[in-house]
Design a protein around this ligand. Structure first.
Ligand code: NDP
Ligand code: OXD
Length: 309
């Protein structure tokens, strides 16, 4: 691939690792850090770029997002028709499956309670629970949600999934569309959010929807903080309808000091780490897709700007 130019920009300022990786995988291409006034490039590889980059880079053939979620990009004015391509798994789905299965099992097996007892030197048993009483509902049955649903089903939990369009996933009871959301929730006790953040999904974990869930369950948010109405989740936990939550993503990140989630005894927080972007897998995927685009082929992971994901 000679004479191609690729610009890289990440709000995480990790160009020292990405640019040499991209350059090594694209010998013959020129890979450079985007700065105001940078030369026009054929492709951009970005995470949370500034509007100025999109306004200046008027020669792009495609824009690659170094994450699965494109909500930050969708806030910007993108050149009409510019293909935006998200990471398509690239090693994320197995991480998400590990994280969610861990959180589901920790709640179902009451491992927090045992840990507490052990710390007190108390050797006592809790009555085993039935998996049938702990159906797990996954909001979003995309690349990550489907993998998570199948992983949870491996442990014999009943699994429900909710998506925008109808789906058939083996071992998963599939619901779709707004009209089936209440039925999906009523059939679930543990709720996992793996939706993209769009105007339709923002605030979906709210008082009304939480009230539809079977009581005594657990909320796992691994998508975006703005999916959850924080005050409603806290009220549902403090009121006893929801037993607790495992939260990896927040409206403001890092989670501000003093936020009620930090020290809540029924809430576990982690620092947006449930599925990390793996650099070498991601670079390999992006480079393969640049090659496909140069040959005029279609690539997976193309974002539909009208849908917002
Ligand atoms: P996908 O685009 O592959 O899947 C999204 C799913 O959500 C699809 O099943 C889609 O339905 C469904 N969906 C979207 N909008 C609606 C709606 N209005 N009503 C019902 N269902 C809807 O995304 P991924 O699985 O790859 O990723 C999901 C999200 O996970 C990302 O957008 C990102 O925010 C988050 N993420 C978090 C990470 C972390 O570390 N915490 C890491 C990576 C991603 P349909 O299938 O019908 O289109
Ligand atoms: C992503 C993320 O969307 O890291 O990829 O959250």
């Amino acid at each position: 691939m000679t004479s191609l130019r690729v610009v890289y920009y990440s709000a995480d300022q990790d160009e020292d690792r990405w640019i040499p990786g991209l350059q090594a995988a694209l010998p013959g291409a020129e890979v450079l850090l985007w700065e105001p006034g940078a030369s026009l490039a054929d492709y951009a590889v970005v995470w949370k770029p500034p509007q100025q980059m999109l306004d200046e880079q008027i020669g792009l053939k495609a824009l690659f997002n170094t994450g699965a979620g494109v909500d930050a990009l969708m806030q910007l004015r993108l050149p009409p028709g510019l293909p935006v391509i998200r990471l398509d798994d690239a090693g994320m789905s197995v991480q998400m499956a590990e994280y969610v299965c861990h959180a589901v099992i920790r709640h179902f097996r009451e491992l927090d309670g045992y840990e507490h007892d052990m710390a007190l030197g108390k050797w006592s048993f809790r009555k085993p629970r039935s998996r049938l009483d702990y159906p797990v509902g996954i909001l979003g049955l995309g690349v990550l949600g489907e993998r998570v649903a199948k992983a949870v089903a491996q442990f014999d939990f009943p699994v429900n999934g909710w998506s925008r369009s109808p789906k058939a996933v083996e071992g998963v009871q599939c619901f779709h569309g707004d009209a089936q959301l209440a039925d999906f929730l009523a059939a679930s006790r543990i709720l996992v959010c793996l939706l993209p953040l769009t105007p339709e999904t923002e605030g979906i974990v709210n008082a009304t929807n939480l009230a539809h869930l079977r009581s005594g369950g657990h909320i796992i948010n691994v998508a975006r903080g703005a999916h959850v109405v924080d005050a409603d989740l806290l009220a549902a936990i403090d009121g006893g309808h929801v037993a607790g939550a495992t939260l990896d993503v927040f409206r403001v990140e890092p989670l501000p000091q003093g936020h009620p989630y930090w020290n809540h005894p029924k809430i576990t927080v982690t620092p947006h780490t449930s599925a990390r972007t793996l650099r070498s897998e991601s670079i390999a995927q992006i480079v393969l897709k640049i090659g496909a685009l140069e040959r005029g082929e279609a690539v997976a992971g193309r974002v539909d700007a009208a849908r917002g994901y």
